[in-house]
Structures are given as C-alpha cells and as structure tokens.
Ligand binder design. Sequence first.
Ligand code: MGD
Ligand code: MGD
Ligand code: SF4
Ligand code: MO
Length: 748
Amino acid sequence: MIFGRQRRKPISIPTKEVKEWKYTTCNYCSTGCAIEIGLSESGRIVTSRGHAGADVNRGKLCIKGLLEHELFESPGRGKMPLMRDKAHLPFAPASWDAALDKTAAKIKEIQAKYGRDSFAVVSTGQLLTEEFYTLGKLVRGQIGTNNYDGNTTLCMASAVSGYKRSFGSDGPPGCYEDFEHTHCLMAFGSNLPEQHPIIYWRLKEALEKRKFPLIVVDPRVTMLAQFADIHLPITPGTDVVLVNSMMHVILKEGLEDCEYIEKHTQGIEALQALVADYDPVHAQHICGIDEDRIRTVARLYAKAPAAMSIWTMGINQSTHGSDGVVDINNLNLITGNIGKPGGTSLSITGQCNAMGTREWSSCSGLPGYRLLEKEKDRKRVADFWGIDESFFPPARGLAQTDIFPAIETGEIKGLWLVATNPMTSMPNQPRIRKAMENLEFLVVQDVYEDVETNKYSHVFLPAAVWAEKEGCHTNTERRVNLTRNVLPAYADSKPDFWIFNQMAKRFEDRNQIHFPETAEGAFNEMRELSSDAGRMLDISGMSYDRIEAARGIQWPYSQAQAQADSQAIGQSEDFDMALRLPFKGNPRLYTDGVFQTPSGRANLIPLRFIDNNERPDTEYPFWLNSGRVVEHFHTRTRTGKIGNCNKFSPTPYMEMNPDAAAELGVEHQTYVRVVSRRGDAVVMVQLTQRVGRDMLFIPFHFHDCVNRLTLGLLDPYSRQPAFKQNAARIEKIDQAEAARLNLERRAF
Ligand SMILES: Nc1nc2c(c(=O)[nH]1)N[C@H]1C(S)=C(S)[C@@H](COP(=O)(O)OP(=O)(O)OC[C@H]3O[C@@H](n4cnc5c(=O)[nH]c(N)nc54)[C@H](O)[C@@H]3O)O[C@H]1N2
Ligand SMILES: Nc1nc2c(c(=O)[nH]1)N[C@H]1C(S)=C(S)[C@@H](COP(=O)(O)OP(=O)(O)OC[C@H]3O[C@@H](n4cnc5c(=O)[nH]c(N)nc54)[C@H](O)[C@@H]3O)O[C@H]1N2
Ligand code: SF4
Ligand SMILES: [Mo]
C-alpha cells in the first residue's frame, strides 16, 4: 500500500505548455493587478501570472488572482436564460429573445400601472466600465426610472460623499507611489494584508527601503495592526472624536500648515472653534485612546514632512461614515497634506470597478461625474445621446439602501439586480427577504444561477464572467486598466454589455439612442464626453492599445498629454522608456491646490460627534463587528467554488476573546448561537486575542450568517449602512444539531 506523500502527484509546471499570454486585470478587489492568462496551443487556459511590467503589482498576485482563471468552468454557472411565473416554482429554460422580451414587457407594464419610478435597477462595482456606461444610458435614457443605484452604497458611498463635501468632487487624490514618499502613514479601519494584499506588498516594499511610522486605527488587532508601530484600538464608531482631538492638539500647539490653510482652504475659524471642545483629556473617554497617545500621534502626523491617511470600511460603514471621511480630509488639509508626494487622503476602494461605476454608470447622476441637479450637465448628456433633456429627473432618486424599504412599503414593485447578491450582503436579512417576496417582478442577472437572490426571481439572465468579456476597470489610484477578451462566454451566457444592448432595442419606442456594438465603441463615447473643457475626469488621451502598452493609465489623461507622450516615445532610443513610461497619466489630483468647489478652495468642515449607534448593553453585551478574510470574496459565489480558496475557510466562524469565552464556558472550535435584536446565526468559535473582551468578529462571506444579525443604521449623507457597529449576545447550543445546520448550509 502507498500512503501519504508517496501517493501525491509530483508538482508540474504548467507554464511549459503556454503558447500565448493574454492581458487582463483582476476582477476581485480594487488594487487593480494586471494578470496574464496563459493559453495552450489548443486555446485551453493552463495558468495565470501577475504581469511583471505592470506598475501596480510588478509580477505579484494574491491567492484570489492566482486562481481566478478557475472561475470559467466553476460549478453553478448560468448556462441559459430561465423563466417562471412565480418565484419558488421550478424554472423553465428560455431563449434569450423570450427572456428579454418578457423582462422588457414586465418593466413597461409595471411602469404603466404604478409610474416610471416603480421599477428599480440595482447594479454593482463589478462590471466593466463600458458596461456601466451602457447600463446608465439604458436606465437614464430609455427605461427612465430614477430609482437606479448600485451595491457601492454598501461600500464606497461615504468616501464619495466625503470627497464631494471637502473637495467639491469625488476622485481619490493619491496613489500607491505615495508610500515611497511619505514620512507617516495612518490607516483607519483598513486591513490591507487581507483585503488588498498587493497594495500591502507595495507598502511593505516602501517600508523596507525607508522606515516611517505606521499607525493603525482599528478596534480589532488585524494583520495590519500586528505590523504597526502604533495600534489605536478605537471604540467602534468614534473615529471622528479621535481625529477632532488630534486636530485640537495640532492647532493648540501651532503645528498646522498656516500657508496651505490660508491659500487653499476655507472654514478654518469654525473648525478651530469646534475642535477646541475635543481636548484629549475628554476625548479619551469617548474614543478609548489614551490622551498621551492622541498627542503623540497628532505630533508625529503634523511634524512629518509628508503624511498620508488611508481608510476603508472601518470608516465608510458607519453612521458617521461621511463625517469620518471629511474629518480625515480636514486633518490632511490643515497639515498641508493633499496633492503632494507622500501627502494625501486616499480612500482604499473596495470592488474591482467601484471607481468605474462612480465615474460612468450614471447611478447617482450622469456620466463623467456629472450631476442630475445641474441643468448644464443634463443638457450636455441629453444632447450627446440625442434625447429630450426633460426625460431626466432634476435630482437623483433613491439610494440602494432606500430602495429595499421602498419595496417593503410597496412603492417599488419591480427590480432588476445586476451582479449583486443582497440576500447575503445587505444588513438585516429578515427584512430583505420580506422585501424580495413583495416584488411583482424580479430579474436577476448574474454569472451563477445558484446565487441566493435567484430564489426570488422570475427571470434569470446568465452573464459571462471576467475575461469572457472585454473592457476597462478603474482602480483605487484612478488607474484605468484593460481586460482583453480571452475566451468565449460559457455555454449560452452572454456578456453584460450584450444584454444591455439587446434590452435597449426593446425600449426604442421611448427614445432612439445609438448604442455602439463594441466595448471599445462605448469607451470612445466616454472619451468624448470626458474631454469637455474643465473636466477633471478626463480620459480622452486613452485608447485600448495605449492602456495595454502602459499596463494601465491614471486619469486625468488628456489628448494633449497623449500627443506629447507619443512624440517623446517616438524620439526615445531607450527601450525601457519606450516600454514602461509612455502614457502614464497623472498620479495625483489637486497638485496646484485648486479644488473643484466654486471658490477653488477646499472646505474645512466642523463635525460634532453624535453617538447614535446601536451599542452593547446588559442584554446584548458584545460589539458585533464584521468584515473579510483574504481567501474569500464577498458572498462566496466565486471563491466558494474554487477549492484552494474555499478550503481555508469553508465554515462560518466567529472570532472571540478567550477571557470572554471562559466566562461563558464557551470552548474553541465549538458552535454557538449569536443573537441580536434582528435574528440569530450559528457559527463556530475561534478563540483569539485579535478581538477584545467585548467584541465578536464574523466574516460576512457566508449566507444566513452575520447579516441575519446586523442592523445597518444609515449614514445621513451617504446612506451607507453601519455594518460594523451592532450589539449581540451568545447562547450555547447542541453541537450535533449545529454541525448538521452548518453542513446543510454549505451544500450550495
Ligand atoms: N479578500 C478579500 N478582499 C477584499 C474583499 C473581500 O471580500 N475579500 N472585498 C473588497 C471590498 S468590496 C472592500 S469594501 C474592501 C474592504 O476592505 P477593509 O475595509 O480593509 O475590510 P473589512 O474587513 O471589511 O474592514 C476593515 C476593518 O474595519 C475595522 N473596523 C470596524 N469598526 C471600526 C471603527 O469604528 N473604526 C475603525 N477605524 N475601524 C473599524 C474592522 O475591525 C476591520 O478590521 O475589501 C476589498 N478586498
Ligand atoms: N456584514 C457585512 N456585510 C457587508 C459588508 C461588511 O463588511 N459586513 N460589506 C459590504 C460591501 S463593502 C460590499 S461591496 C457588499 C458586496 O455585496 P454584493 O455585491 O451583493 O456581493 P457579491 O458577492 O460581490 O455579489 C456580486 C454578484 O455578482 C456576480 N458577478 C460577478 N461577476 C459578474 C459579471 O461580470 N456579471 C454579472 N452579471 N454578475 C457578476 C457574482 O456571482 C455575485 O453574485 O457587501 C456588503 N455587505
Ligand atoms: S490583490 Fe486584489 S486585484 Fe490583486 S490579485 Fe488579489 S484580489 Fe486581484
Ligand atoms: Mo465593498
């Protein structure tokens, strides 16, 4: 008999079989890694590798990117359109024509009966930019509902709103290269090693060349916190208090950048008056960080020749998400840290193309950061598409998190979900289920037919995934990068771009608009719209070939700049220069200190802390925190199907502090029931010091798990839910019963 190692197959190196490498960009997180897919002689995919010449990842990939090519034939993919009269009845296969006809007819029927806005469209941050632009054109220009938004409201809405309030426009001003220049980095609620592993690698590399302090603000001892010089385990939801208090110290001790404040900002007096109330002596009792620590960090930050802040969901997903972003911007403005190398306010984006949807989808406005509220913008886009301006509403409609309550109340009767899975990702799942059951018509457009939300649908449209399509993504640092079409769509699934174009034909009775047949055609329309004088979001100098040659270009990138770059390359004898430097774009915004506000000055905005989160109490004594792990992406529709991702965390689990567990008699690797005011969930306990005695942390990737418990109070500006600040208690349960429940749940 042969045991163990001897039975294993020897390691094979598949690159030997590769005959051609095709250029793509990763379709998971917003880091924006360039991936080359290796094809064999017969056109079969045999492997992937990080592109060594791409500035973002320089040959590296994380586990998700490395295994992404296994998606194409993963189980559960949608093979053909499906239809049924009632949700929960068996589906019948349908032709594309039948499925699209039925969907268009239902949309029209519902709109005729209940009004144009009674049909809602909710999309995502995970399509290609050309698809977003096309969907926007279809929804804003033809279907004409104002209840159109994306899952980015769960994700980046607070960053968008905070940037707009401070700088007059969305658009992260910094880039990864800032790590090379900074003298102090502060990370708020962002766990780079797990959620943006390659950005983390860029940071590590910068730190190895030149040491600078890394300060991490997170209530949990994350992997990033473990590598920090200073970890500030903040009381959940109180970042505004910490930042106000830092500014108190900076202004009191005269450490601010007076010249920058004077020349480029407005509102310093009101800010100064407010932060006077946030003496660290008092603030420490609210934010849980010792007064001397606050002073030390404030001095370190203000005295650094260049200091930068990054943040992710620990800030955005809060009832003070937008305020948190504005306050981080305030801190950087008063210390003169915007638009300079190593000095910036850089929101780390979530999904691969959350930036692309902000820029071009028309979800919260019109393409290219244009606003429905501005007559000039409405007219420009209406003229460009050849429709009557009055077809556009004068202000944006409901945000994604307000669309579901409107379904519950019956205001919205029909819904089209594109590449999002709210049954698992939205807070307070019991309410979302009720909303879904209330719909007269639901169409789900997803890569997988076994996605949880599809249980409630009447029509299912199977979409092609990632490199089965062609088009662009924009990453965290405004870099537009390309995915080439590597292989045909699986079975009878179709690229989302094709689906939108076909649907548009069915709405020509409302408005005749030209829809280009290729993604590049749509890209060229976007370029044209972006080139109007004074538009910061200018991509007019880009083309697919230029993007691929540069392995991504950072906007703004004008035609004039592209011409100058072309000439420089033409004259260059230097091979490296010709290969790497051309068409780089612009790494930073606001380098001249001129902002997108009417006065050109950035707004300093005073923010008073309001304590309005659900908090632990005697009945529910734990803070319930949630987030992610490196090997899974969101609701696991993809990574749950890839063996080498799923095997690292196949079971819903919860981090719990050993002292708290000992008090309740809970043991490591046993199951418990977690209960909140909304519902309950069964999870396996992982004892760890990563969380304090009063905190539980549950990765949100699993269905029927943490979002049965979350409340999701909304930020007043961004409408983003406070996923991370809820209260819960723990109950012991029968272990055999729990194991059975979990096995059942995993069998999707
Ligand atoms: N592997 C993997 N990578 C991903 C994703 C994924 O699903 N899997 N998703 C992508 C997406 S869409 C996103 S949005 C990003 C999210 O990336 P991150 O935001 O980095 O990830 P999270 O784990 O959601 O949350 C980060 C941290 O916020 C902390 N936090 C909670 N409350 C507070 C608070 O009040 N203040 C502060 N300062 N911190 C707090 C949590 O303890 C947690 O450690 O990741 C992207 N990358
Ligand atoms: N408790 C808790 N909940 C959270 C969070 C948290 O931290 N805690 N984070 C929130 C955040 S930041 C986010 S971004 C959301 C994510 O929430 P969702 O967007 O709902 O989650 P995903 O699993 O990414 O869903 C994307 C869907 O698109 C499908 N898909 C992938 N590619 C394509 C494509 O090319 N075309 C089409 N048509 N479909 C495609 C996938 O199969 C999947 O079903 O979750 C939020 N929910
Ligand atoms: S870091 Fe993000 S973009 Fe890069 S390979 Fe991993 S998931 Fe993809
Ligand atoms: Mo996200």
